[in-house]
Every structure is written in structure tokens, then in C-alpha cells.
Write a protein that binds this ligand. Structure first.
Ligand code: CP3
Length: 355
């Protein structure tokens, strides 16, 4: 078995051990967007509050953070929040449209717009998030580890420039190519803000940190090198000595995977567009890997779900350092019974095979 990175002592938590490529008796599993609208228990709370109110009310955020731990038996909790929240502290005005994602009221379009943005410290930008993390740790009582998170500079820059979701990231790319120094200044301000948010989350009790570069797969490898790598690398370098492993996640990254690894992270997240054995080989065995079931598979009959789960576990093999997850977040409308069945499958299949 891969002993290269089997350093340090084994903990009580399969998830944290897998992040460090230490052997585990089960393959740990958690899901991006595991707390969300597909759960009726979430929708019940959501009827009473807006999404932002839920994020900013620590008691509610903690309640929702714990739902998938109690209902589904996942091996990690992720604090209920959003990648957009730290932007408020930078002076950005945004809202969440009903079901349509974030909308920025005045998107960034010029050097002056970038100059107006402030670097924010976590305590002023997201105090409610730090409070929610402390309280979630108390309520979890070490049952499972708690993951904190942020967006990556590129993905947040793309929201700031596009003003919301995009199909082709044209405004973002145009800004990169025509205003390169404003682009780099924007990425620097974002990186400084995000480093503060990640460090303070770890201080508040987050035991791992996931950085979501959800949309970075739209870039060519050379543009990644030039416009993203220096900033993402600085971010990961700044958090690498924390007592919390870092997960570097992106989608559609089959052409970027070595670069994403080089930018940093103890764990590299991959989606279903790349077979997980191929991804592991290209990343190398000194990093852990997270993924990579297509979230759409959770709408399939159980025998198909089982076939796909088995395939991923077989491809990941018995070498330590695999965290089972979807390749992207749970989709609204996903049958919760299928999610629960899938999580049970990961635990059963793996413990039977490894004894
Ligand atoms: O359970 C968890 O994973 C923790 C909570 C979490 C949310 N957003 C809650 C949320 C996390 C980790 C995020 C990260 C996030 N937010 C990302 C990166 C992950 C990814 O999906 O790529 C991105 C791109 C965002 C921005 C964002 N926030 C979008 C695009 C949307 C709308 C799309 C959607 O699924 O509704 C949101 C809103 C949002 N964030 C919801 C939730 C539960 C839905 C809010 C509601 O109840 O209406």
C-alpha cells in the first residue's frame, strides 16, 4: 500500500485520515451541497428564512449543517454558508435570486471598480460564519469532522465580473485579456480576503478547508498558468501550515489536473469527466483524491447507482487517500433515499473488501 504519505498518527476520523493519505477501514464519504433543497427537512426551515438569513443566523446554519450527518450518516459535515459571503466585506453588493444563484448589483468592469474593492478580514466580513463553526463543533461533539470552505479567487472573480452565472465566461476572459493588471490586482485582493477567511475558520474549529474553484475548467492550461496559478498557489501556500488539510476542488478540470495539484492542496477534487484511476495516476500518490460520482446518477435506479459506486471504488483501489464524493453538488430534486442508499453502499462495499 502507498506508504509514501502515511505520516503522523491515525485519528478517529476516516475523513481526516484519508485527507492525509493514511489508511482507513472505510472509505469516508460526504457530499458537496449535502445540506440543501433536496431535503424536506431543509425546505421546512427555508420556508421561514431567506437563504442569506439562514447563513447569517448561526443557530439556523448549525441546525442545517447537522441535518445530513443525522439523516444520511455522512463522514464529515460542511458548515452551511456560501462562497459569495466574504464579498460583502469587500464592498460588493449582491443577492441570491430565488433558485437562480447569486446576482451582483454592479459587476466589476474597470480598473476603478477593482480599486474600490477593499481587502476584508474574516472577523468583520463573516463573523456569523466563525460563530457558526464554533457552535457546530460543540454540537457535533467530534462525531464527524467539520469542513470550512471558501471560493477560489478565479471562481469569485468570475462572479464579480459576469454579475452572476455564466455559460462562456466571456466578460471574465475579456477582462483578463484587456485589463491584465486590473485582473491581477482583483485576484490579489480576493486572495488576501480568502486567506483571512480560511485561517479564521480553522482557528474557529474547522478541521479541513475546501477551496471551490468550481468554474476554472473553462480556462485553457496556458491561461490557467498566467492568470490563476500564481494566486491560487499563494492562497494554498498561506494555509498549508494550518492544522486543517486543504481540499482543492474544481469541475471540468481533466486538462488542468496537474496544474491544480501544483497550485496546492492535500486533497484534489475531481468530477466524473475523468476516470478516478486516471486522475490519481496523473496527480500522483502523495495527494489524496476526492470524487467523483456524477450527481445525475443519484436519479438512477439503485442497481445502476451500485454499479457506478463499485466502479469508482474499484478504480480508486485499496491505496489510502480516497474520499468518496460527487463530482459536483447534490442537485435539487435528488431523491434523499437514493442518497442514503449510496452512502450505505460506499461504507458496506469498502468495509467488506478491506475486512
Ligand atoms: O452543504 C454544503 O455544501 C454547504 C453549503 C454550500 C452552499 N453553497 C449552500 C447553498 C456550499 C459549500 C456552497 C458553495 C457554493 N456556492 C459554490 C461552490 C460549489 C459549487 O456548486 O460549485 C458556488 C458556485 C456557490 C454559489 C451559489 N450559491 C449558487 C450558484 C447558488 C444557486 C444554485 C443553487 O444550487 O441554488 C447558491 C445558493 C445556495 N448555496 C443554496 C445553498 C443550499 C440554495 C439556496 C436556497 O435554499 O435557495
Amino acid at each position: 500500500m502507498g506508504t509514501e504519505a502515511n505520516t503522523g498518527k491515525v485519528t478517529d476520523h476516516a475523513f481526516l485520515d484519508a485527507c492525509k493519505c493514511r489508511p482507513t477501514t472505510i472509505t469516508p464519504v460526504w457530499l458537496m451541497r449535502q445540506a440543501g433543497r433536496y431535503l424536506s427537512e431543509y425546505r421546512e426551515i427555508r420556508e421561514k428564512y431567506s437563504f442569506i438569513e439562514m447563513c447569517k443566523t448561526p443557530d439556523v446554519a448549525v441546525e442545517v449543517t447537522l441535518q445530513p450527518v443525522e439523516l444520511l450518516g455522512v463522514d464529515a459535515a460542511i458548515i452551511f454558508a456560501d462562497i459569495m459571503l466574504p464579498l460583502e466585506g469587500m464592498g460588493v453588493d449582491f443577492e441570491f435570486s430565488e433558485g437562480g444563484g447569486p446576482v451582483i448589483r454592479s459587476p466589476v468592469g474597470s480598473t476603478q471598480d477593482v480599486q474600490k474593492l477593499r481587502v476584508a478580514q474574516a472577523q468583520e466580513a463573516v463573523p456569523y460564519l466563525l460563530e457558526a463553526i464554533k457552535s457546530a463543533r460543540e454540537r457535533l461533539r467530534d462525531r464527524v469532522p467539520l469542513i470550512g470552505f471558501s471560493g477560489a479567487p478565479f471562481t469569485l472573480a468570475s462572479y464579480l465580473i459576469e454579475g452572476g452565472q455564466s455559460r462562456n465566461w466571456l466578460a471574465t476572459k475579456k477582462f483578463m485579456y484587456t485589463e491584465p493588471s486590473a485582473w491581477h490586482s482583483l485576484m490579489e485582493k480576493l486572495t488576501d480576503t480568502l486567506v483571512s477567511c480560511l485561517k479564521e475558520q480553522a482557528k474557529a474549529g474547522a478541521q479541513a478547508l475546501q477551496v471551490f474553484d468550481s468554474w476554472v475548467g473553462c480556462l485553457s492550461p496556458l491561461d490557467y498558468d498566467r492568470f490563476v496559478m500564481p494566486h491560487s498557489k499563494r492562497l494554498f501556500d498561506s494555509i498549508k501550515d494550518l492544522d486543517a488539510p486543504a481540499i482543492h476542488f474544481g469541475t471540468d478540470t481533466a486538462t488542468l489536473i496537474e496544474r491544480i495539484r501544483d497550485a496546492g492542496g492535500d486533497v484534489i477534487g475531481v468530477d466524473w469527466r475523468i476516470p478516478i484511476d486516471e486522475a490519481r495516476e496523473r496527480i500522483g500518490y502523495d495527494r489524496a483524491i476526492q470524487g467523483n460520482l456524477d450527481p445525475a446518477v443519484l436519479f438512477a435506479p439503485l442497481d445502476i447507482i451500485r454499479e457506478k459506486v463499485l466502479d469508482i471504488l474499484n478504480r480508486a483501489g485499496s491505496r489510502p487517500g480516497h474520499i468518496f464524493n460527487l463530482g459536483h453538488g447534490v442537485l435539487p430534486g435528488t431523491p434523499p433515499d437514493n442518497v442514503k442508499a449510496m452512502i450505505d453502499m460506499v461504507h458496506e462495499i469498502n468495509s467488506r473488501e478491506t475486512g
